[in-house]
Ligand binder design. Structure first.
Ligand code: APR
Ligand code: PHB
Length: 395
């Protein structure tokens, strides 16, 4: 942990991908910041998260000089597979859009970000508890927190709330000034990580009468799989054997024949929801990443939205310090939300198309879902629209 400074320009709450990348982008533009992180460094570095990096996100990581390991250890994926029952097609990203995605675990990216913070001597104060702010509406807010039983205060020009879906930054905006939008999906994903060879070179998104399944990976010998489960399911319901047999049953027979199973090294249950809070600013507080919006994992957009938010925010803050103009800061919320909502829409579309909804007894709804998949399978234009969104809309 670094020594606690008494003041800084931008105080960043949360040291996940959004907060760490923001600090680095600011540093590269000559703007000083301090990060306050609730958990220990080790905890943050061990969290297992998704791993699909959009084309534009990878370019940002590269431009920031952070892509050494991503480029040597990550995997370029030029397409994904979509299965429906026994049928499977490939969405050819490279052919349809000239772009691709990179498979590189968020855990690895987080390590690269922390290494770069250390190299740049950017203060990252971990185990900072009870963060609260005063003077958000003034031009000299003060952030207080406790660490090891001692209370400290840091005075700053701006606060960036990057503290994820369970953070506190959102609570600093008076309820009457905030509007939230939410959709809870009536199911969850059960995820399993194993030291096994991935079933395929590319990700497979599968819709089956038994429910959704996803085959993903971290590297040639580590696989990540998900199956849709009931909303109230718990890990106890999913011993490894049940998980593997359910996964196999949801994939086309020819594909499931190549499934290599093995003991799980991590297993999770994750609910699916969309949630957006507007606006992303109150006074001197700006929100970015999961604290401002959550998307279901189906479109692999969470990390990528955190990245685009902090690119916009770092440019707006750097612009303020360069020429004293607050135009960028004033436009930040609308600018970021326009991109956020497009990702919310895409994640909602993918989720609706690929999951079995309980109570979907309505034949009309079922027919529409099947028709959506038929249309995707048969139309290059529909495939291009999916590819364009999956590789990431322009920043
Ligand atoms: N004070 C300080 N830090 C906090 C607080 C708090 N009160 N509450 C949470 N944090 C920290 C968390 O411990 C975490 O390290 O904020 C960080 C937020 O990081 P993420 O949850 O990773 O969110 P974000 O940086 O916005 O990145 C979004 O991460 O969760 C995934 O799927 C999500 O891929 C997306 C990406
Ligand atoms: C993952 O690899 O964990 C993953 C991949 C794609 C998704 C969600 C999660 O859409």
């Amino acid at each position: 942990m670094s020594e606690i400074p008494r003041q800084t320009r931008v105080l960043i709450i949360g040291g996940g991908p959004a907060g760490s990348l923001l600090a680095l982008l600011l540093h590269q533009q000559g703007v000083e910041s301090v990060i306050l992180e609730l958990r220990t460094r080790e905890h943050v570095l061990e969290r297992v998260r998704a791993g699909v990096i959009e084309h534009g996100s990878a370019e940002i990581i590269r431009a920031a000089g952070l892509a050494g390991r991503m480029d040597s250890e990550g995997f370029v994926h030029e397409g994904v597979q979509v299965a429906h029952g026994e049928k499977m097609i490939r969405i050819d990203f490279e052919g349809l859009t000239g772009k691709h995605v990179t498979i590189y675990g968020q855990t690895e990216l987080q390590r690269d970000l922390y290494d770069a913070l250390d190299t740049a001597c950017i203060p990252l104060i971990d185990e900072a508890e009870g963060v609260r702010v005063e003077g958000i509406e003034s031009d000299a807010p003060v952030v207080s927190f406790e660490r090891g039983g001692t209370t400290s205060q840091i005075q700053c020009d701006f606060i960036a709330g990057c503290d994820g879906a369970h953070g506190v930054s959102n609570d600093f905006i008076p309820p009457g000034l905030q509007r939230t939008f939410e959709r809870m999906y009536p199911f969850c994903w059960v995820g399993l990580l194993s030291e096994t060879r991935p079933i395929s070179d590319e990700l497979i998104y599968a819709r089956h009468e038994r429910g959704f399944a996803l085959c993903s990976m971290r590297n040639e010998s580590r696989s990540r799989y998900y199956v849709q489960g009931p909303a109230d399911t718990t890990l106890d319901d999913w011993p490894d054997d049940r998980f593997w047999s359910e996964l196999a049953a949801r994939l086309p027979t020819a594909t499931s024949a190549s499934l290599v199973t093995g003991p799980s090294i991590e297993k999770i249950v994750t609910p699916l929801r969309s949630w957006v809070s507007e606006p992303l600013r109150h006074g001197r507080l700006f929100l970015a990443g999961d604290t401002a919006h959550v998307v279901p994992p189906t479109g692999a957009k969470g990390l990528n939205l955190a990245i685009s938010d902090v690119v916009y925010l770092s440019e707006a803050l750097a612009g303020f310090y360069r020429n004293g103009s607050s135009t960028g800061l004033d436009g930040y919320s609308d600018h970021a939300l326009a991109r956020v909502w497009k990702a919310v829409r895409f994640s909602w579309w993918m989720t609706n198309m690929l999951h079995v909804f309980p109570g979907m007894s309505d034949d009309f709804e079922r027919r529409l879902q099947t028709t959506e998949l038929d249309y995707l399978f048969g139309s290059e234009n529909a495939q291009r629209a999916m590819a364009e969104n999956y590789v990431g809309l322009p920043l």
